[in-house]
Design a protein around this ligand. Sequence first.
Ligand code: CTP
Length: 313
Amino acid sequence: STSPMNITNATVPEDTVSLKKLQEYYNNVSVPWTQNSTALDVMRMELDRGLTTWVHLIVTQDNISPGSDLRFTAWPGRAAITEKIHALLPKKSPYSQKRIPRCSVIGNSGILKDSGCGAEIDKAEYVFRCNAAPIQRYSRDAGEKTNLTTINKSVLHDRYMALKSLEHQFQFHNDMIEYNGLLWVPAYANRPYLDDCYNARRTFKSENSEIVFGHPHHFTQVSKYWAAQGVHGILTTGFYLVSAALNLCEETHVFGFWPFLETPDGETIKFHYYDDVGFTSRTKRIHEIPLEFQLLYEHHRRGILRMHIGKCK
Ligand code: CTP
């Protein structure tokens, strides 16, 4: 059956996956793919259930009213949306009922390195990227188009000290030049970082991009959907973006989702395409990244999204 509801019993993959299994993944995503629009529509309805249609990835003046509040996703309590905060938000959601024809969502796996997938990635009208991954130096493999790029806490707060000094603002500004569009920060994840996120939006001025805040209701809703499918850890940013893209885009292509340290040919790779970190214990502890991979793979096979593994022709 093609129903996305049948994945509840997805087997949880082991931590280390045999080369045979990696080859099987590769071979199965390399055969011609066609979209199953019926299955995709069912999935879209389920993913957004209970949300007003215009609540998607970001908080905007037209999807929240002054005087209301937002529940944090990873912290008790709520954030008050005062008049002042409301005025700070972007006016309108950039998304509409009309879907973007094609999107690429880029995970940061080392499998992208030397993939030559840049052109294929940039075929999309809209490209989602995670955690301010560098692109200009890797455009042949990771493309250069950017429309929404997430910036997680460790980048904004640790690398740029939440833009608290002019020097950090300057450095941030310089580094962000390679991204266009939205710089998405999970402002409503943890209370202690909220004011820094507001401050970052206030201070960051650029022609190409602006800092925007992730919509906590959307994240919570998408997390609930996946919890019912067995993903109980905090969703990784990449997996969350794929879920969002399914509703915003007609066709969702995913690249760089490969939480293994080996290619299907048995070559050793890094966890990221752009640095030398390993599979961090933090990632292991809070996320269920192999299970997410398994789900993405199964959704590829059901015609819901198109996964790309390995080199692009
Ligand atoms: N990813 C993947 N395989 C890898 C590395 C990353 O599938 N080998 C995906 C994950 O979905 C991840 C995303 O690519 O969320 C971005 O990677 P990274 O920046 O490493 O994410 P994390 O540091 O784990 O951050 P987060 O907690 O925000 O997900």
